[in-house]
Design a protein around this ligand. Sequence first.
Ligand code: PLP
Ligand code: COI
Length: 363
Amino acid sequence: MKIRYDLKPAAQRRTAPLKPEGPLSFGQLRTDHMFLMDHVDGSWRDPRIVPYGPFSLDPGAVVLHYSQEIFEGAKAFKHADGEIHAFRIDKNAERLNRSAPGLCMPTVLVADQVEAILALLDVDRLWFPEQDGASLYIRPFMIGTQDSLGVKPSNKYLFCVFLSPSGPYYPKGFTEPIKLLISRRFHRAAPGGTGALKTGGNYAASLRAGEAAHDLGASQVLFLDTTDTWIEEAGAMNHYHVTRDGKLVIPTFTDTILRSVTSESVLALGKAALGVETVQERIPLAGFLEGLKSGAITEAGGFGTAAVVSPVGAYVFEDKTEVLVGGGAIGPHTRRVYEVISGIQRGTRPAPAGWLFKAPRVV
Ligand code: PLP
Ligand code: COI
């Protein structure tokens, strides 16, 4: 892919590393540039890096009415070698290409997605936030841009990648366990639907549930399947629990659960690296609650790019009753998984081959 660079004049670009004064929140800041590419007449055209800013869309653009959109979320980190390394962005690119056909959208070659992300990280490398626990969050997305009100796939698309220097997704970071609402009222995804795809509509549909969770002091909803039998995942992360007999269990990826790159990494690392066996099973709600009460389940939490490893200290129900996990404290397995995953990401622990992508110095 031949990327065209249409950069800001040097005097308008960041010239020194970003050193945020206060704690950085998640997803608020932007960098100087973004990557864009158009899909017209069946092929991707004009890959380019341009100044970050608004782009124009027809008010009748398909994405604005029928939500023909897919996105990804990944992270890059600055290592002790001073270079920027992105974590498993090939996996995100593969997932975007699994989401695309589900929304009748074109795919983008994995190599091209990786190249686009690395080129943008190269250009905006000074935006890496030098603060504990911070990262450069990477947001690739694609939208249907045709001006058309018929309910049918757009005939044009825009693919964009931008970056966000970010702190932790939950304001207290890893230090304080979160609470999740187990809801029988709201459901995130139905069989045969888009739950396993990363599309904006899933998140729009989960907003009201998220607000209900906040009203009960919870950060997110832990969604059940539509029969309220099985534990699925949270609004922005997969779920896991650890059993007293030493297993870390992630719900089986069905068509109503997003295949998390973080979960896949935990599963691949397994006992050798994490000191706990990692497995996938379908998790019946009844058995899960029983395990919490009896103490057979000792830890729980969420996995995600933004969330990293987020310990859960308690679950709340719509009748406001609560149940604690492991006495509400962060357990040893959760700590170890967090340390190993973030160590690999930040270059303080060896990464399995192919997990890190170094931004080349081109610009
Ligand atoms: N599940 C949902 C619904 C998500 O939004 C996310 C975040 O991307 C995840 C799971 C975790 O996936 P990943 O680890 O690939 O970020
Ligand atoms: C991510 O973890 O990258 C996500 O996309 C989750 C959320 C911010 C929507």
